[in-house]
Design a binder for this molecule. Sequence first.
Ligand code: FES
Ligand code: FE2
Length: 460
Amino acid sequence: MEDYREIIKEWRQRPNETYGGYHLADRPAPDPELTETGPRTPAGEYWRRFWFPICLSEEVTNRPLRKRILSEDLVVYRDGEGNCGLLHLHCSHRNMSLEFGIIEERGIRCAYHGWLYDYDGTVMETPGEPAGSPLCEKVKQGAYPVQEFQGLVFAYMGPMSEIPDFPMYDTFDLDGHELVPYRLSYPCNYLQVAENTMDPIHTVYLHTLVGETQFEETWGITPVLKFNDGETGLYSTLTYRVDDMIWVRTQQTVFPTFSHVGAFWETGKDEKYFVRSSITKWTVPIDDTNSMIIAWRHFGPAIDPDGKGKRDEVKIESVDFEGQTEARDYDEMQRNPGDYEAQVSIGPIARHAAENLGKTDQGVMMLRNRLRRGIRDVANGKPVVHYDGDKPIKNLYTQDTVMPIPKRDDMDDDELMAAVAEEVMRIVREGDNFAGAEREAFIIENLKKIKSDNRFVVGE
Ligand code: FES
Ligand SMILES: [Fe+2]
């Protein structure tokens, strides 16, 4: 595989002059190491070491559903016993598509010559063959294990010798949260969609100052940003000064693309502590030029006390905040572009060599570097290190905390905000010593001490 750094180097050497379009008229190639996820590609091998969702449970019925995931053509179905199967699309006999298969009490039967498959790929019947035919023993249909959880169907598409336990995270089961599944399609590579969460400064411009205010006006305040790099995930802190309040928002991505977003109606004006995600999402490659977000929107009093979410808008190809799908007319897209326009208009596959990244893009760079490292580790035969691999319930850091901490005369306000964010995350990380309700109580109790800590506020 060509070293992408050579392509970047060549592009950097292009003349940089006004009216210099001639020198930049072609487009550099995409970076295949990060963006190609088909079978036997380096990133494809990496992806095939994780559980990730492939569709909603409600899509899996007694009618076969054709799906394309990681550039593989598949069929997903539910048999009469309720077993969910994920099989290669083409029948192992003479390759008719199983999207035309007939679902039985147990398994799916190919329509062409009647071979019957179980959900694990076992050939249960080859009815036209003579009795005693060895075909049932000799042949296996390609199959993948699935697990259904909270309305999503998760799959593991890697070698069974390396299958990890199904990962359970703290945000999968939070008091006062109801998880509503949805999925959105993007006609572009997965990476440019997934990078959005690690590019938090776009919320100031895309969502607030450049077009219309799409969320809350306070999102137009430039936050103090800090990105934190780790072997299994990244998180950023965005710290806002909102009058006498300091609002610390933490957003996290667990590799490859599992990420979490705070409430999109948060204003940073009211005191609160350790309020969790409003969105838990995975960005999944369909193939190299198509991807999808499969996610839960969190509803309920703990995350949305004023009931601002619109549950009936959360479903397949729809979510209850604007600019996330192609379902808007072109005038509206141009007048008030959102995340969908930003990510898709980059092109089918981003050309990283044509970018010019700055300090605020540190999160994007960290994500790419870490993914590349993981991809190369798998290529070199190293086992994947999974987030909180040894914990039955894995602690995530995504949260919003808003505290009354006025500006100080004796301290630069950006420094004060950075120090407060550091303290918030120190406490949240220390919470890793506990689990469940005990962890939450520990974190909230200690976060509440910050507003009277004279390292941050002037004493009475
Ligand atoms: S092609 Fe499927 S049974 Fe023959
Ligand atoms: Fe966004």
